[in-house]
Design a protein. Sequence first.
Length: 329
Amino acid sequence: MSKKSDCKTLLTNTITSQRHLSSNIKNNLMHDMETNPGFEEKLKIITMNCRGLGEIEKFRLLLNKAYDITQKGKMVMMIQETMITNSRYLDLAWRGKYIFTPGTGNSQGCITLTHNDVTITDIEPIQNRGHYFKLTDADNKQTFIANIYAPLGYNNEKNEFFNNIMNIIANYAGENIILGGEFNITVTNSESLRRQRTEAEKRISDDINIKINENYLADAWAGHIGYTWKRGKTQSRLDKIYTRISQYTNKKLETNWTLTKSDNAAVILALEHKEKINTKSEHIKLGNTIATNTELLNELKQYLEEKMIQAIDMNPHMKLEFAKMTIRT
């Protein structure tokens, strides 16, 4: 076989076919970043007790942070203790969908924020301590979502509150579920630091855990440590997220004490679609021996000159990138 044939064979084996050239260039320029993460690939579920949004500047900053999150994927943000009685500012400032429950007394109101590309239906209040609703996404997938702010104390009121919401969830067997909010109770001993759990608290939490298991809800905190409320040296995990979402898998759980000014941390659960395709590019590298072979270099030069005809209308920067990608692929 001639050297020229050898060159052609080597080039055939080491150069990506022309029909994939443009996509390879794009991948290289983007450094494997996703150009559009898509509603179906990433989801963030956030719950937080904001300790009041009566100050417009505080409200504005939180809405801006929430909007930034929606630009990177799906988001459901459940906010409790908003201390606002009307939705006028939300109507003006939020660039997505929302559900609003005004608060009275110590319930203080709840808001759930989502991005705009969803349909919200079947909205129902949970007393005046939250709400639940159905969310239908762009792929026509439905999810039942409940945002709650549980009563204080460990009495019949709290027990009945959780019995009510768990009975509602039981009516959605087999459907996607998101339950989040401030539970105002620890459900295991590990959720308290420097605080003894009372027998009344344990009885109510045992009942909650039974119903969580009966409804096949996954605790986002499973396998994690941390607290969401602190006063002095005392800390507790009061803010929780439970899910049953078949097409997603939990990727990361974190707390954020700076999302807004509060003595509660925001709990942020990041999920990823199970069918997400990894689109990272893998470039074929030419062997170093080619650089010392004059004949092969001439072959490459001729190949590059032929391909650069396609870049005649590109600006100098794009021509350079086109040339680099032609060589690499």
